[in-house]
Write a protein that binds this ligand. Structure first.
Ligand code: GLN
Length: 500
């Protein structure tokens, strides 16, 4: 990964012949690398799409990131795009690339984003065979910008989990840096596919860390945007007041470009907002919150952040801040998450959606048979904490504490612009290591739940690598900003990538 080479693949052309393709692009190409192929007339979109299909098919058996290829859709769209550049001069193509910033860029999307006419399961057996009847807003925006969907990626069932070991269909995504370790979850398929060079970007969703933690584990760039800035229309709902979709990419520059395409006010989503552009201050003041560097942090992660702090102190003001309500982060998250998830999952009743089991048993029979253990656990927890006898003690209380956690951040952002913290207390853990103990899996989210609780944007960029057994593993750096402050996060993210 990371190295530059002439990519050569033997592929089957559309008319069935085997042909050698030599593209002048790196193993992990950026959008610019792909656009260069069009500008220099080295390739057509259909060929680039074919090239990536073939590349994924060679790599995916080891990492198991893809659940479905969208060959027909991709080829149709690629041909349309090819018609737009045929017989065009370089200047005209350049002009087109300005207007369609993702022109001819193949990408993958998590299996919980609807695309009309394509299958989707959110990796739950209850949705086996479901074909989407409409498309998510974000799919439409990406298509308008010229991006070409080529594959849908693996995830934990309904986006509950932290490892991508819990698809209802049994597929476990492996970390490209060490196949015995998890890719992180729940957008592990998207992160692993980008890290392996199968696509230059993929879409993930993040309720409580599902873009950021796998990005950290796989050494790629992942953004969870300000809540409401990316439309949730057409995305399978987990926790409506936390869920946000965002880009996972090889470079910070690409991530920023893709986010601009995704952030749009939508009339289809009542929580959709246009965030106020706060601009970037010339001197970014950086904060380290003591609560995120205490007990339980892996020594190697702690060292990476110690080094980073030293380096950043040479060029920035660095301040120590406190987020005293942090001790309630996980409790608040798991109460609110399960209550909202239980309500959202009611629609999967084996009548409107889902497979049916014998006439009298539709609801309980279908749910009992086709939902996984973690999904059932969330339904039970959420139903309990929002039931009439316990509503005040749990759900209402958690809503109040949510407000206090958010106020901590508001206060911190009075004195700093960006908070720097890990995205996970440790690098990627082994497959099976946490899977039999739900509590230890929930604890893995300790660094990534307070940002959705407070509706804040957070970016993960690759930091230094650390040694683990025989492998080198990435450690991601998480940058958290005030609502609408994505631009500042990207600016600092670019700087940090250069330091690592
Ligand atoms: N690990 C967290 C959970 O299981 C977050 C998942 C997510 O962001 N989708 O709820």
């Amino acid at each position: 990964m990371g190295e530059y080479f002439l990519s050569q693949l033997t592929i089957r052309s559309l008319c069935g012949n085997l042909i050698d393709m030599v593209f002048d692009i790196p193993q992990n190409p950026t959008i610019k690398d792909i656009h260069n192929l069009y500008l220099t007339s080295q390739a057509k979109v259909t060929q680039v799409v074919e090239y990536f299909f073939e590349k994924i098919k060679q790599k995916d058996p080891n990492i198991q990131a893809v659940v479905r290829y969208n060959e027909n859709l991709a080829n149709q769209q690629a041909s349309k795009l090819d018609n737009m550049i045929v017989n065009r001069t370089q200047i005209e193509i350049d002009d087109l690339l300005q207007k369609m910033p993702l022109f001819g860029v193949p990408y993958a999307m998590k299996d919980n984003v609807l695309v009309e006419g394509q299958l989707l399961t959110a990796q739950s057996r209850i949705l086996d065979g479901y074909e989407a009847t409409y498309s998510a807003d974000i799919f439409e925006y990406l298509t308008e910008a010229g991006a070409v969907l080529i594959a849908q990626t693996n995830m934990d069932e309904f986006a509950f989990g932290s490892s991508t070991e819990f698809s209802g269909f049994g597929q476990i995504t492996k970390n490209p840096w060490d196949n015995n370790r998890v890719a992180g979850g729940t957008s592990g398929g998207s992160a692993a596919l980008v890290a392996s060079g199968g696509v230059s970007f993929a879409i993930g969703t993040d309720t409580g860390g599902s873009i950021r933690q796998p990005s950290s584990f796989c050494g790629v760039v992942g953004m969870r945007p300000t809540y409401g800035s990316v439309s949730r229309y057409g995305i399978v709902a987990s926790t409506s007041s936390f869920d946000q979709a965002g880009p996972i990419s090889n470079s910070v520059e690409d991530n920023e470009l893709i986010l601009k395409v995704l952030q749009k006010k939508s009339n289809n989503d009542q929580t959709s907002i246009v965030t106020e552009n706060r601009g970037v201050r010339s001197e970014i003041v950086i904060g380290f919150a003591e609560e995120f560097f205490g007990d339980g942090l892996d020594d190697r992660v702690s060292e990476v952040f110690g080094e980073l702090k030293k380096k950043l102190s040479q060029t920035h003001q660095v301040r120590l801040v406190s987020l005293p309500m942090s001790k309630y982060n996980l409790s608040v998250y798991y109460i609110l998450q399960t209550v909202e998830a239980a309500a959202n999952l009611e629609r999967f009743d084996s009548i409107r959606y889902g497979q049916q089991i014998g006439a009298g048993e539709m609801f309980f029979g279908g749910r009992g048979e086709y939902l996984g253990d973690e999904t059932k656990r969330r339904i039970m927890l959420g139903t309990y904490t929002s039931s009439s006898g316990y509503y005040d003690a749990y759900y209402n209380k958690a809503c109040q504490v949510r407000e206090l956690i958010s106020q901590d951040f508001v206060k911190a952002f009075e004195s700093v612009d960006v908070l720097v913290m890990p995205a996970s207390p440790y690098p990627a853990f082994g497959i099976g290591e946490n899977s039999s103990d739900p509590m230890s899996m929930y604890l893995a989210d300790i660094m990534t739940v307070s940002q959705p609780i407070s509706k804040l944007p957070a970016l993960v960029v690759p930091g230094s690598m650390v040694k683990s057994d025989d492998a080198q593993l990435p450690v991601g750096i998480q940058l958290v900003g005030a609502q609408g402050n994505e631009e500042t996060l990207y600016k600092l993210g670019k700087e940090i990538v250069c330091l690592s």
